[in-house]
Design a protein around this ligand. Structure first.
Ligand SMILES: Cc1ncc(COP(=O)(O)O)c(C=O)c1O
Length: 410
């Protein structure tokens, strides 16, 4: 007999990150600064301090308890927040599509509610084979099957693998839902070029002559793009969508505002027809109301304030950290090249991933690295190095250390 429902998945979550984080913490108590901890997916400064942007939290701290304690104005989010999110995310792309913004608890809430809104249990969702582990869990929770696509072919986006996945799913399903985590893909740091996006949109349009297509674009790390000004340009490709394609952009304040714990994000629904957007909005609003009800009022108010009243100082402060990420990644990439450490094609973002095709070997390399006081995170077909949490002095020399382990581990 069990108390949970028959279809519940009762296998405990194996959180590959937090287990290693604890190990690293223990090691630091014994070996101090000799430990290299590249596990955490949050920004840390050069002194190893967790980064919280002053331009974000100074104002947040001034918000009155009445505002902090109050319910949001609407289950879909506060009107000002919804407007500013739309402007912030898509503004520079100049979209001509019908749109709606539904507030969500972080990017997680957005992505997860899309899995639920667009597919029935037993249907298949298309996911990247190397990606954020939560996608798999979300699929499981909604009883969805998963079809993976490969990410790279000759260091470019493997559009052919994605096409194959879509065509396979279309054989048995009357709709297609696919997830892209772009730009600044977790964990490889890849971003599609404008041309790659154009090709993808052309393909989705072609497919949409037969079935409706829903593209979920997870942009959790977009505000750390190295070419920030042009980071939204690719969205203008969406203007060419046929009536049968919808995009939902999953936005998160977690990284953009260094406010991971404030649980604030949004789904930006885009399509040609107003009525299709409205239908998705209704369904997503019901998910909101039935699961999390509303999003923290002060978190939404603060976002709207930061991106209007404090936009320039906020961008300036954040830019310092983008530059820091760039310095760290430049060092790692140059050293990886010099010692022939194989890495996935990194362009920007919080993580760099070392290529290891065999997952059993991934485990062995990961263990050996820990024996040498280097803490990383295992991912499918690779070892993730979180340069976001590693000071320059520890990034320096790291590629060679990892290469030595690769060379000596079967
Ligand atoms: C790829 C990706 N998407 C979305 C998220 C969502 O984070 P949150 O729910 O905190 O916004 C994360 C967080 O780690 C992520 O790595």
């Amino acid at each position: 007999m069990t108390f949970t429902k028959k279809s519940a998945n009762t296998v405990p979550i194996t959180d590959t990150v937090f287990k290693v984080v604890l190990k690293a913490r223990e090691d630091k108590k014994k070996n101090g600064d000799a430990v290299i901890d590249a596990t955490l997916g949050a920004l840390f400064d050069e002194d190893g301090k967790f980064v919280t942007l002053k331009t974000v939290f100074r104002h947040y701290d001034e918000i009155s308890p009445e505002v902090k304690g109050a319910y949001a104005a609407d289950f879909t989010g506060n009107p000002g927040y919804r407007e500013e999110v739309y402007r912030w995310v898509s503004g520079p792309a100049d979209l001509s599509l019908a749109h709606s913004v539904i507030a969500s608890p972080g990017g997680s809430g957005s992505v997860s509610s899309c899995f639920d809104a667009f597919l029935d249990p037993g249907e298949t969702i298309i996911l990247p084979e190397i990606g954020w582990v939560s996608y798999q869990l979300m699929a499981m929770q909604y009883h969805l099957k998963v079809r993976n696509y490969e990410l790279f072919e000759n260091d470019k986006f493997a559009i052919n693998s994605l096409k194959e996945a879509v065509r396979d799913v279309m054989k048995t399903q009357d709709r297609v839902v696919l997830v892209l985590n772009d730009p600044c893909h977790n964990p490889t740091g890849y971003s599609l070029s404008y041309e790659e996006w154009q090709e993808l949109v052309l393909f989705l349009n072609e497919v949409s002559e037969q079935v409706p297509v829903i593209l979920v674009d997870d942009i959790a790390y977009i505000d750390y793009s190295y070419n920030l000004q042009n980071s939204r340009n690719y969205m203008s490709c969406f203007n060419a969508f046929t009536d049968n394609v919808m995009a939902v952009i999953a936005f998160s304040c977690s990284k953009s505002l260094t406010s991971y714990g404030l649980r604030c994000g949004a789904s930006i629904v885009l399509a040609q027809k107003e009525e299709d957007v409205r239908e998705a909005e209704i369904v997503l609003e019901k998910t909101a109301r039935s699961i999390w009800s509303n999003i923290p009022n002060a978190a939404m108010e603060n976002f709207a304030w930061v991106v209007t009243e404090a936009k320039e100082p906020y961008l300036e402060e954040k830019e310092k950290y983008i530059n820091l990420l760039k310095q760290r990644s430049d060092i790692f990439l140059a050293e990886a090249k010099a010692c022939a450490l194989p890495i996935y094609p990194y362009k920007e973002g919080f993580f760099i991933t070392v290529i290891v095709d065999d997952n059993k070997r991934v485990e062995r390399i990961h263990e050996e690295l820990m024996r040498r006081h280097i803490y990383t995170v295992t991912v499918n077909k690779g070892i993730r190095v979180a340069i976001c949490s590693l000071p320059i002095r520890k990034v320096t020399g790291l590629a060679k250390k990892i290469k030595e382990v690769l060379d000596t581990t079967e």
